[in-house]
Design a protein around this ligand. Structure first.
Ligand SMILES: CCCCCCCCCCCCC/C=C/C(=O)SCCNC(=O)CCNC(=O)[C@H](O)C(C)(C)COP(=O)(O)OP(=O)(O)OC[C@H]1O[C@@H](n2cnc3c(N)ncnc32)[C@H](O)[C@@H]1OP(=O)(O)O
Ligand SMILES: Cc1cc2nc3c(=O)[nH]c(=O)nc-3n(C[C@H](O)[C@H](O)[C@H](O)COP(=O)(O)OP(=O)(O)OC[C@H]3O[C@@H](n4cnc5c(N)ncnc54)[C@H](O)[C@@H]3O)c2cc1C
Length: 636
């Protein structure tokens, strides 16, 4: 029945202060207030409806996304929302769109790599959305290998301008989000050529479309690259293709190359190229920034899937009826708990590692401003490795949550198929996960060669086994005289182990902080132990081979895991309530707050367009003749 909380009995079992946990999850009372207010604002506005996406054609879907983006912007302006509130609104609108790249990459690139002059020129226009930007780095022929990009930017000292050109088919920009149909400007990455000499890949701001009628400018060929994985999903985004035909940057008074030129290099008016003495990898700065935001995104996506699967596991009953009594809640099966609760623990673990990574990125950014590059290698390795680890675990976790919901998990109305389809490219964009782990492996090899076997210093005691595992994996690989490429598959395993060590150690450090609320810290300790012991169980071969645990330890760890699952069980619903997601944001009948699943599933079925008529289109043309044997049947 509507209005009845079918999960009330579960909520009454909670052993901790859920409201206090909501603050921990949000990060602060202020952050909770903003999230809570904005999520409810979005949920209550029919203009942000999203339950019909899977029934729209690509063009209807895209036009609806443009409508929503414009409506969101109007809401932000009318309500005078702050930058933080506006970002939250775009998050809870929950629709991949060009705005993600405008706000998530184009503006950060200018802020992070532009000179004062260029920031003053471009940021006011971008903040007012008087220009719409995208990040055009990847090409048809190159994505991972940035130094392999083919687009050229040739400085013409006669006109004091750059000529941007796509010399080959494979140099076509390919994939940039927002590029296909909306962006008016791009930060385009191209090989800088000055005076006939090439100086590697640099970023340039290039106008793509007229601000009068949105038509592509002279020399610009631009369009969408076509349908992507899943029906609705990421097809709300116009990932584009772009070719430059000797485009002269004639649409802005002064050449607007972003000042990665100034940071990393300069081209003087006399056409002289000046390489400054900063690491050339600063040109990759925007990618590092986005990678750390993707880690925070992972905790959001995984927690969403876990919330759905946990609530449904408490609602669903299957087998186990005694004398006609109720069947067993599937959340009480040990197999369901052993699949679900490590994902619940991972969601919290990724939340806290995301907080730490945000601090690390802010710290390295501050150091860079003082020309201190000492922590840049570690920041690169951490952002690359943790982006890889958390997105792989989250994509796999969303799929596991779908399976944990049985058949109904495969319905669009469960919210899980679309969440999976929207999320999985995170394992590829912003750096293919294997390519990024190879960067971590390279960093570890360098660290081992510099520090000897002791890879990591000052880690919490509870991580000794994890630390020893990484060192052992590295020694096994570095010890043998074979090249990096030959050992790369093994080194990637060591890179994963290193990233898992970081996640576990930061979870333990989080627990050393003051955490208010009855029972809150105790619940987090249980989740931290689940995360650490689950990984130890999953990779026990590594741990046993280090000798730092024995088979008996491994067996005890498994026994402890079962005990920890029993401790989580009465608190599971409260732990996912702490994410404070509205039913609108979850977009899932299986995960609805009141647990009133079956009536909602049944009602939703009849809304499918196929049920607009009891006799389907096509019956008279195809089925009736079949049934009436009016079609000559093959001689049997
Ligand atoms: C339901 C919720 C989901 C959300 C739904 C909607 C969301 C929508 C938003 C989506 C937002 C994302 C959109 C996607 C955008 C993109 O994909 S942008 C393009 C991303 N592309 C990449 O990431 C390319 C990956 N490749 C690289 O980064 C580089 O090519 C490389 C692999 C790092 C190699 O670079 P290279 O120049 O060849 O360097 P190396 O020779 O390997 O190394 C040289 C040294 O430089 C160091 N280094 C490398 N990179 C960095 C760096 N970024 N920072 C600092 N240092 C770096 C490297 O460690 C080497 O150091 P030494 O060993 O000391 O020499
Ligand atoms: C949804 C989506 C949105 C995107 N948005 C943008 C955007 O806005 N802007 C933008 O510029 N780009 C964007 N991209 C492109 C994205 O950044 C690239 O696809 C990504 O960097 C991977 O590069 P690639 O496609 O060249 O993969 P490849 O490198 O071709 O990967 C193919 C396979 O080769 C392997 N491989 C590659 N190099 C090595 C190596 N050295 N050693 C071992 N294995 C290797 C990879 O692990 C992978 O298994 C987007 C992509 C997607 C899917």
């Amino acid at each position: 029945m509507e209005g009845v909380d079918h999960l009330a009995h579960e909520r009454n079992k909670s052993e901790f202060d859920v409201d206090a946990m909501k603050i921990v999850w949000a990060g602060s009372p202020h952050a909770f207030d903003v999230s809570d207010r904005i999520s409810k604002l979005v949920a209550s506005d029919p203009g942000f409806r999203k339950d019909n996406r899977s029934t729209l054609s690509r063009k209807e879907l895209f036009k609806n996304t443009l409508r929503k983006a414009a409506y969101a912007w109007k809401t932000i302006v009318d309500l005078r929302l702050s930058e933080e509130e506006a970002a939250k609104l775009r998050f809870y609108v929950d629709e991949p769109a060009f705005t993600d790249l405008h706000w998530g990459m184009f503006i950060p690139a200018i802020k992070g790599q532009g000179t004062e002059e260029q920031q003053q020129k471009w940021l006011p226009l971008a903040y007012k959305m008087q220009i719409i930007g995208c990040y055009a780095q990847t090409e048809l022929g190159h994505g991972s290998n940035v130094q392999g990009l083919e687009t050229t930017a040739t400085f013409d000292s006669q006109t004091d301008e750059f000529i941007i050109h796509s010399p080959t088919l494979t140099s076509s920009k390919w994939w940039p989000g927002g590029l296909g149909k909306v962006a008016t400007h791009a930060i385009a990455y191209a090989r800088l050529i000055v005076g006939g000499r090439e100086h590697g890949v640099h970023g340039f701001i290039v106008q793509l479309r007229s601000l009068e009628d949105h038509s592509p400018l002279l020399g610009i060929t631009v369009g969408d690259i076509g349908m992507k994985f899943g029906n609705g999903a990421y097809n709300t985004m116009d990932n584009g293709v772009l070719q430059f035909d000797h485009v002269l940057d004639v649409y802005s008074i002064a050449f607007a190359s972003i000042a990665v030129m100034l940071w990393v290099s300069q081209v003087t008016c006399e056409g002289k190229y000046k390489q400054s003495d900063v690491p050339r990898q600063l040109v990759y700065g925007t990618m590092v920034y986005v990678r750390q935001t993707i880690v925070a995104d992972a905790s959001c996506a995984l927690s969403r899937a876990v919330c759905i699967a946990t609530r449904y596991s408490a609602v669903r009953r299957q087998f186990g009826s005694q004398n006609g009594g109720p069947e067993t809640q599937v959340i009480d099966y040990k197999t369901q708990q052993s699949r679900l609760f490590p994902l619940l623990a991972s969601a919290y673990a990724f939340r806290f590692i995301g907080e730490w990574l945000k601090w690390l990125y802010a710290d390295v950014t501050q150091r860079l401003q003082a020309n201190d590059f000492s922590t840049l290698p570690e920041a690169h390795a951490c952002t690359a490795g943790l982006k890889s680890l958390t997105t792989t675990a989250t994509a796999d976790g969303i799929e596991e949550c779908r399976k944990l919901c049985g058949g109904h998990g495969y319905l669009c109305s469960s919210g899980l198929p679309e969440l999976f389809a929207v999320y999985v490219p995170a394992c590829t964009y912003e750096g293919d996960n294997t390519v990024l782990l190879l960067q971590v492996a390279r960093f570890l090899m360098k660290t081992v060669s510099q520090l000897g076997s002791r890879l990591s210093s000052k880690k919490p005691v509870g991580t000794i086994a994890y630390m020893t595992r990484v060192e052992h994996l590295m020694q096994c690989r570095c010890g043998v005289q074979r090249g990096f490429a030959e050992l790369s598959a093994d080194l990637v395993e060591a890179a994963v182990a290193h990233c898992q060590l970081i996640v576990v150690s930061k979870f333990i450090e989080k627990l050393q902080q003051e955490i208010p609320g009855k029972g809150v810290k105790q619940q987090l300790e249980v989740l931290c132990n689940i995360y650490a012991l689950f990984l130890l169980h999953k990779h026990q071969g590594d741990f046993l081979s280090t000798g730092c645990i024995t088979p008996k330890h491994a067996a005890l760890a498994n026994d402890e895991l079962r005990s920890l699952y029993s401790q989580v069980r009465p608190n599971a619903i409260a732990l996912v309530d702490a994410f404070n997601y509205t039913d609108h944001y979850l977009g899932s009948i299986l995960g609805c707050y009141d647990g009133n699943v079956y009536p909602k599933l049944y009602e939703a079925a009849w809304k499918d367009p196929l049920n607009e008529s009891v006799v389907p289109d096509g019956y008279h043309l195809y089925i009736r003749p079949l049934l009436k044997q009016e079609i000559r049947t093959a001689r049997l």
